[in-house]
Design a protein around this ligand. Structure first.
Ligand code: FAD
Length: 458
């Protein structure tokens, strides 16, 4: 019997279109392994909402492996040390994995490669980042030409089906128990709304895609309306790699204008990953250095405003609905993410990094590339970003994107108000007693933000 081969699962918790698994199976018996490494990412260790997801996703992956005669070996600790230990225990001769661009994963890949033969494969993105270079030979920093260049390489290779059987070693190494990892919230169980909304795992991802396939023709303009289920909600499945972007591409492309707009959003995901590949500290550092001069409010002084934002009690119904949806379900509609992030950064003049960290802990789709690049896009500090002085007006955005039903769903205090009044009850002297007053007036917040921005422009 040939020596066994380790397959190192990370944010690729699937069996179909899994190039690392397919390559390992060609070499010998396979030992699938997941290592929970909380030290390597430092401040970016997996947040609370995603721990809930991870628990269920690993459970699902383990079952899918067992159905094919295999197992999932769980270990905790430093990835390189644990893989080396497993290789010694089992006589495994190599490690196969998909490559990932988060800075901690790139460091871990280098550390593993120093100890063991490591074979990295593509499949986390539509295209590996080295494939695309501008005429000057540098990676793209601006989205539009990047998207054009991606399109020239599309479609991606056809996705591979999941194997029917996976041969394992004669003797399995011991595994930790998932229930011992404490990934699920205990007291209080704040995630009880999550299970109604989500089915983590490969089968859940495939079902989401099938359901969305029926809706994709209406993606544009439905994607902008928070009251509609107009988007795919594939983001957490994509983050955890329960479905490959190539699989999504092949399922959806050619289905009209709605599908074309949707696939462009999927290219934003690749774009964001290229940006963290070029600038690994994108999550903590302004991509435009001039933003280092921004006089953000000190969080001690702005503590009340920050808490109100997190709790969905800012007095701006659309912002509050979004923040409460986030807390209840671990997800927020993209249009509302933009409004809520802009409100924090501009109206409350709170550094985008504080908002990004809150999202990191509360989103089930928290993704280092997508989160960092989008927060910096809203702040204006990103390489290809919105202009800071274009300040979104939540009270205008809310009726424009027909958010009345969305507000009713997430802000029950306002549920009795009619469509005209609900976006800004104060304007009609109709604010219920139990709904808070605005933390800051729109004009006052806007002027303060623009005055602060003068320090950046200097
Ligand atoms: C402040 C802010 C923070 C964000 N943080 C995250 C995050 O941590 N993780 C995350 O996946 N997305 C993030 N996004 C992007 C976007 O809001 C979500 O990807 C989207 O809402 C997910 O819902 P969906 O799967 O239904 O999207 P769909 O509209 O169905 O899009 C399909 C897929 O394309 C990708 N995508 C869509 N929009 C974007 C975008 N603007 N940037 C990058 N990829 C995109 C996602 O993978 C998404 O699942 C953020 C946006 C903002 C404004």
């Amino acid at each position: 019997m040939p020596d066994p081969v380790l397959v190192w699962f990370r944010q690729d918790l699937r069996l179909s279109d899994q190039a690392a698994l397919a390559a390992a199976m060609r070499e010998g018996p396979v030992i699938p392994v997941y290592i929970l490494d909380d030290a390597a990412p430092g401040e970016w260790k997996i947040g609370a909402a995603q721990r809930w997801w991870l628990h269920h996703s690993l459970e699902s992956l383990a079952k899918d492996l067992e159905d094919r005669g295999s197992r999932l070996i769980l270990r905790r600790g430093n990835s390189a040390e644990e893989l080396e230990r497993l290789a010694k225990e089992t006589g495994a001769c190599a490690v196969h994995a998909l490559s990932h661009l988060e800075p901690w994963w790139r460091n871990a890949e280098r550390a593993v490669a120093r100890r063991l033969p490591l074979h990295l494969h593509d499949g986390a993105l539509l295209l590996p980042p080295e494939c695309l270079k501008t005429g000057g030979g540098t990676p793209y920093r601006i989205f539009t030409p990047f998207a054009r260049a991606v399109m020239e390489h599309m479609p991606p290779a056809k996705p591979m089906p999941a194997p029917k059987r996976i041969d394992g070693p004669a003797k399995w190494p011991p595994s930790e128990r998932l229930s011992g990892w404490g990934l699920l919230p205990a007291q209080p169980d704040w995630a009880n709304g999550f299970a109604k909304e989500w089915t983590p795992g490969e089968a859940g991802a495939a079902k989401r895609l099938r359901d969305f396939d029926d809706e994709v023709s209406g993606y544009d303009p439905a994607r902008n309306l928070p009251s509609c289920e107009g988007t795919s909600r594939l983001s957490p499945h994509l983050h955890f790699g329960e479905i490959s972007p190539a699989e999504i591409w092949h399922r959806v492309s050619g289905k009209g204008e709605g599908a074309a707009v949707f696939l462009k959003e999927l290219i934003w995901r690749d774009y964001a990953h290229v940006q963290i590949w070029v600038m690994p500290e994108y999550g903590s550092k302004n991509a435009r250095g001039t933003f280092d001069n921004m006089p953000w409010r000190d969080l001690r002084e702005a503590k009340g405003d920050f808490a109100a934002w997190k709790l969905g009690r800012t007095g701006y119904p659309i912002v509050d609905a979004g923040m409460r949806q986030l807390w209840a379900t671990g997800w927020m509609h993209n249009r509302v993410r933009m409004i809520a992030a802009s409100f924090l950064i501009k109206h409350l003049l709170i550094d985008w990094r504080h908002g990004a960290r809150w999202f990191w802990d509360t989103l089930v789709d928290a993704d280092y590339a997508n989160n960092s690049v989008n927060w910096q896009w809203v702040a204006g500090s990103g390489v290809d970003a919105n202009i800071f002085s274009r300040i979104m007006a939540p009270l205008v955005q809310s009726p424009k994107f027909e958010a009345a039903d969305y507000i009713r769903q997430w802000v029950p205090e306002l549920a009795q108000l009619d469509d005209k009044v609900i976006h800004d009850p104060d304007a009609y002297d109709a604010r219920p007693r139990d709904y808070p007053a605005k933390r800051v007036g729109h004009r006052q917040g806007r002027e303060r933000a623009l005055a602060a921005y003068r320090h950046v422009k200097r």
